[in-house]
Design a protein around this ligand. Structure first.
Ligand SMILES: Nc1ncnc2c1ncn2[C@@H]1O[C@H](COP(=O)(O)OP(=O)(O)OP(=O)(O)O)[C@@H](O)[C@H]1O
Length: 660
């Protein structure tokens, strides 16, 4: 029975190790185990004191696990991302970014010169007010002054143009490079995840993260950081110029700065919250659209178009609602800045005019002052926009970083055994297994099965009894909670996964093909295969004949999910794809059911003939799917073996009892 001491032992240990330690589990332990598994997979949240409730008189245990684990039972969430981390993204492109920053600096300096030149021109012209045109033309001092200012304006214009070109193009390149790098890293990391990750993270949402979120992070970050830097330079320099031209007037002008900064801080908070919700809502809409478009045939068969359009419309409306709230916040903020800065400008004009009349300030000085004040208010608005944009990028980065840092939980081996050591002997030794998303419902418990090399084993049983799960465990798509799956004495956990999946090949009921040519699909597991090898594999799968009738034979494009092929043709290509690998262990998990019974029998016989030297596991409900098995194992609904017998073909029809 249950010993509290064991709980302490479990808790101190790394969980999988603990789970393997006990050989037979009392019922309470299964509940504890389920909790352990759930908690053992908690993601990004170091779990300090989790409570584990188990049914031993409903006693509650509080534990402090020694290790941080990832939670594969939940979709990947987000984590806070610091500005420093965001900065690291830019540092990856520091050379190009530095060039862009230099461009921003020069462009800002040029922009700042303009009000000053403008003020000089106004002063020059106002000095000649009342003089006639001829007198003006003969006033050499004014003319040379105008000429100097014109040259200065030309120089500033040319330098500003070059600097703007350099900064804009280089920033664009930085943004694109960062986003492409992020996409590559993210896609690579997603492909490395355990299958359990895909049980909870939907492909459409992941695709949205790859496109929209990456765009939001990389391009918005670069665009807004540069906007912020440019605006900061402009704001600081404009404030400096205001103080230089008229310190007394600047007291009024600069008094609005704290109010604007306060508003900006509030606005940034709202933007952060709303933009994150908007991104999540958009991801949901992409997932919905991608799923329904991929399953368009089913949608059409069940005339579900109207309902699906409505559901998509609801999700989009939700996004639109959030986008509207974001737009309203932006509108309020921008309008507030506009009002505050214009009232301040009005005050400046009023008081400035008085100073001009007192002779403390020139007309040109007042004109320059007003332009610098306008430039300051513009810069303040741009700086806030920049900060809000960076905060939006930061929010989007939270989800991306969480995805980028998600590590597969399953231990990956590195052993590639010598060829002579692998003969196809398989053993399931005391295997207990539950899917990570359903830790409390074990599919197999203490399961034992041994297969001799070159054996042809049929596995049958009612739907949901765990037949396919055995194939998934054998190829280490999932890991058992307890016990071992062995291939010729090697625990599959210790084997190099790529090697294992070339050695143990599974043909499934739903053959998934990718867009590309027939050749590329067959050679998926062995891209270096010669044409002769591909034809040989296709012939074995009874596919060569129909491929030869395709417009470009092996080079025919089969389109997304091979919709141009029939179910049987797709299945034959999937069989050819498996046969090309010449597996040591072949598992046919209802992998011929899309073929008509004559073809099914023929293909299976051919497979068994070709795989004489291999161990073959046939999984199915019907005699046809199991044809050629020399031993038949029957599972019950609980995943236990109820029959294990040597059979002849004539004895197979009883498996039909499981149908339905
Ligand atoms: N990815 C998954 N996540 C959670 N539970 C799963 C997953 N895949 C299968 N299951 C559950 O595991 C149990 C065993 O499934 P499995 O596919 O192994 O059954 P099966 O015997 O092959 O069924 P069938 O004959 O219908 O193909 C079922 O109850 C099923 O609902």
């Amino acid at each position: 029975m249950w010993h509290p001491g064991l709980a302490g032992c479990c808790i101190r240990q790394n969980f999988p190790g603990v789970l393997r330690r006990s050989t037979r589990w009392p019922p309470q332990m299964h509940v504890l185990k389920a909790c352990l598994v759930t908690n053992a997979t908690r993601q990004h949240r170091p779990f300090r004191r989790q409570s584990l409730l188990f049914l031993n008189g409903w006693r509650q245990f509080r534990v402090t696990p020694a290790v941080t684990r990832l939670d594969v039972g939940k979709p990947t969430e987000q984590r806070p991302v610091s500005l420093k981390e965001m900065g690291h993204l830019l540092l990856q492109e520091k050379k190009t970014f530095t060039v862009a920053l230099a461009g921003i600096g020069v462009a800002s300096a040029c922009q700042l010169c303009i009000p000053y030149i403008f003020g000089s021109v106004v002063d020059l012209l106002s000095a000649t007010v009342g003089e006639n045109t001829d007198a003006l033309h003969s006033n050499t001092a004014v003319l040379s002054g105008l000429q100097e200012n014109a040259m200065a304006m030309l120089g500033v214009g040319l330098a500003g143009t070059a600097a703007t070109y350099a900064s804009t193009s280089q920033l664009d390149i930085v943004g694109q490079r960062i986003s492409m790098n992020l996409r590559k890293r993210l896609f690579g990391n997603i492909l490395d995840q355990d299958l359990a990750f895909f049980d909870v993270n939907k492909s459409g949402e992941l695709a949205n993260r790859l496109s929209t979120d990456v765009h939001e992070v990389a391009e918005h970050l670069v665009e807004n950081i540069s906007k912020f830097l440019h605006a900061s330079v402009m704001a600081t320099a404009s404030a400096g110029m205001l103080l230089y031209i008229s310190p007394s007037l600047s007291v009024i002008t600069l008094s609005v700065v704290p109010a604007i900064a306060l508003g900006a801080a509030q606005y940034s908070k709202v933007v952060k919250k709303l933009s994150l919700s908007l991104l999540n809502s958009l991801a949901k809409s992409t997932q919905h659209a991608a799923e329904k478009m991929a399953g368009i045939r089913v949608v059409r068969h069940f005339a579900a178009e109207i309902r699906e359009k409505e559901r998509y419309g609801q999700i989009i409306d939700e996004s639109l609602g959030l986008a509207k709230r974001l737009a309203v916040s932006e509108g309020v903020y921008v309008a507030a800045i506009f009002a505050v800065s214009n009232f301040a400008l009005l005050g400046v004009l009023f008081l400035g005019a008085g100073k001009v009349l007192e002779g403390v300030l020139t007309v040109g000085g007042l004109a320059s002052y007003c332009l610098y004040a306008t430039s300051l208010s513009e810069a303040m608005k741009d700086a806030t926009d920049g900060v809000a944009g960076v905060i939006r990028a930061q929010g989007a980065a939270g989800r991306l970083y969480a995805l980028l840092e998600t590590r597969p939980l399953m231990q990956r081996g590195a052993i590639i055994p010598p060829a002579e050591a692998i003969r196809g002997c398989i053993e399931f030794r005391d295997v207990t297994f539950a899917y990570p998303t359903r830790p409390a419902s074990p599919v197999l418990e203490g399961f034992n099965l041994m297969l001799k090399p070159r054996e042809n084993l049929g596995i049958t049983g009612p739907s949901g009894c765990g037949k396919s799960s055995l194939a998934l465990l054998l190829t280490r798509m999932y890991a058992p909670l307890q016990g071992q799956v062995l291939l010729d004495g090697y625990d599959v956990a210790s084997l190099d996964p790529a090697w294992l999946r070339r050695t143990v090949v599974v043909i499934t009921q739903e053959p998934l093909l990718f867009s590309g040519t027939v050749r590329e699909n067959i050679a998926l597991g062995k891209p270096s295969a010669s044409h002769a090898e591909i034809v040989e594999a296709a012939t074995l799968a009874n596919a060569h004949r129909f491929i030869s009738r395709l417009p470009q034979q092996y080079d025919t494009q089969i389109g997304e999910r091979a919709l141009v092929l029939s179910g049987g043709q797709k299945q034959r290509l999937a069989i050819a794809r498996a046969m090309l690998l010449k597996p040591i262990v072949l598992v046919v998990d209802e992998g011929t059911t899309a073929l008509d019974s004559m073809n099914q029998g023929e293909v299976l016989r051919q497979l068994l003939r070709e795989c004489k030297a291999s161990t073959v596991v046939l999984i199915g409900h019907s005699a046809t799917a199991l044809e050629g098995s020399t031993r038949l194992v029957t599972l019950n609904r609980g995943g236990n073996i109820v029959r294990d017998e040597m059979v002849r073909e004539s004895e197979l029809p009883h498996v039909n009892n499981w149908r339905g």
